[in-house]
Design a protein around this ligand. Sequence first.
Ligand code: AMP
Length: 412
Amino acid sequence: MSFTTLGLNEALLKAIKETGYTAPTPIQAKAIPTVIESKDVLAAAQTGTGKTAGFTLPILQRLSQTQPHMKPKQIRVLVLTPTRELAAQVEESIKTYGKYLPHSSTVIFGGVGINPQLAALRKGVEIVVATPGRLLDIAGQKGIDFSALETLVLDEADRMLDMGFIHDIKKLMKMMPKQKQTLLFSATFSKEIKQLASSLLHNPVLIEVARENTTATQISQVVHPVDKSRKRALLTQLIKEKQWSQVLVFTRTKHGANRLTKQLSEAGIGAAAIHGDKSQGARTKALAAFKSNTIQVLVATDIAARGIDIDQLPHVVNYELPNVPEDYVHRIGRTGRAGQSGEAVSLVCIDEHKLLADIERFTKSKIEKVQIEGYTPDPSIKAEPIQKKQQNRNRSRGASPRNGNRNSRSRA
Ligand code: AMP
């Protein structure tokens, strides 16, 4: 299969060639012709599958086929994403693939000044990539006009619902024309996602790549049993001994991310934290330092890490296992991307044995356990009970955690 048979024009094919992609990924092969045909799409796809190009390429193709007269503040395409980082990355992809086309794009998210965003819309822009909260602010000030909207994309819709964006999305939807193309991408299909999909999509084409609940096979996974109090020492040793140059480490809470970052820095390992309490500037700076190898370790919470696209990330460490098994799959999906191999290491203490069993059930695979010498868990330490009820409540509400509750899910 090659990109040339999918209905894309020369300008797009040239830009694709320059990125070095030789063949479309399965989701691209299915989504590109379907989106070009103006159909609605419901796609089950995680990050790492090439889904961003799967919708940006055909959208650019469609835009290039007509040149309507646009009034200021009108837009033609809106992509909604859960996080600022993902919004920035999607827009970067649009710029990359649209390099030889004249279509303009901008990104809109909170945490930075609103005036340049309003000015860009007044000046006229065809594609907007946005997080729902700031876009709603702008819409409330009549800073954007959806009347000419042709295509709406909901990217990582499950995460947007988890993060409590459903009301913002519904308010925005009411401002949009009924007649438009809608594409919904989600890694998981909860009842809420199905409801949202049925209210938004008209006769959607269903696209599913990689079976649900399975992890990519090119990622090697290992569990190192260790006491909670010795995790930091073990992580430091692994990074130093194995000379890991670029490692993404997951913690459950923002506080935990800050503390670990400080401890790693004190041990001489360059590290930065990325989570919801960090300003946009600090997040962008940390990500840039990590990408350019200025720092070795990026410590992240689940939601902050969602959508971070770092090519060929070799190592992911679960410093603490996530409460929700799907998050494990998302976390390790950060490594071994687009055919590259990767390693996912989990440091698991006795309190987390139940979480590990949940993950193994969810992914339908047993993860190999390797005991590192000198870190054998102390048998006299007993597990603290997992408060499963609290966890489930948080999950279904997409709630933010209570500080100090180690079993709660961190909204980052
Ligand atoms: P995504 O799932 O959109 O986050 O993309 C995951 C990664 O795959 C990104 O780093 C893309 O640059 C890369 N990618 C997308 N399409 C292709 C392709 N056809 N061939 C190789 N890599 C790709």
